[in-house]
Design a protein around this ligand. Structure first.
Ligand code: RB5
Length: 143
C-alpha cells in the first residue's frame, strides 16, 4: 500500500497522482489534506511517515509547494528516508542507493507530467541490496 499526503499547495498534484495509481492498480491510502484550504504540512508529513515507519504502508508520497517542508518533517520520524526529488535520475538513484521509503515533491516547482514519471520511477526501482549502501543506511539510523 502507498501512503499519500499533501498540504493545500500539493492537493491538486496529489489528485493527479491518485488517478495514476488507480490506473496502474496500486493500492493506496490518502492521509489528506482533502482540499486547497490552508493547512500545516507537518501534520500530513507525520501521518504518512508514521504509516510507513510502522509498515502499515510500504512506501509514501508527500507533496507540498516546494517539497522541502514536508520532506524535512517526514525525516524527523525514525526509520524514514524521505527523498526530495524533482528529476527522474534522483528518484532512481535514491531507491537504488538510499532505499528511500518516501518520495517528496513540490507542486509549485514541477508539472504533473514530470511528477508522474518521477512517481513511476520511484515505485518501480528496487533497492540495490549492495552491502556498501546497506552499511551507509545503517549509519544514518545509528546517530
Ligand atoms: C505553503 O504555502 C508552503 O509553505 C508549503 O507548501 C511548502 O512549500 C513548505 O515547504
Amino acid at each position: 500500500m502507498i501512503a499519500l499526503g499533501c498540504d493545500h499547495a500539493g492537493f491538486e498534484l496529489k489528485q493527479e497522482i491518485i488517478q495514476y495509481l488507480e490506473e496502474k492498480g496500486y493500492a493506496y491510502q490518502d492521509y489528506g489534506c482533502f482540499s486547497t484550504e490552508s493547512v500545516d504540512y507537518p501534520d500530513f508529513a507525520h501521518a504518512v511517515a508514521k504509516a510507513v515507519a510502522s509498515h502499515e504502508a510500504e512506501q509514501g508520497i508527500l507533496i507540498c509547494g516546494t517539497g522541502i517542508g514536508i520532506s524535512i518533517a517526514a525525516n524527523k520520524v525514525k526509520g524514514i528516508r524521505c527523498a526530495h526529488c524533482h528529476d527522474v535520475f534522483s528518484a532512481e538513484a535514491t531507491r537504488q542507493h538510499n532505499d528511500a521509503n518516501i518520495l517528496a515533491m513540490g507542486a509549485r516547482v514541477i508539472g504533473a507530467g514530470l511528477a508522474l514519471k518521477i512517481v513511476e520511477t520511484f515505485l518501480t526501482t528496487p533497492f540495490s541490496e549492495d552491502p556498501r549502501h546497506i552499511r551507509r543506511i545503517e549509519k544514518i539510523e545509528a546517530v
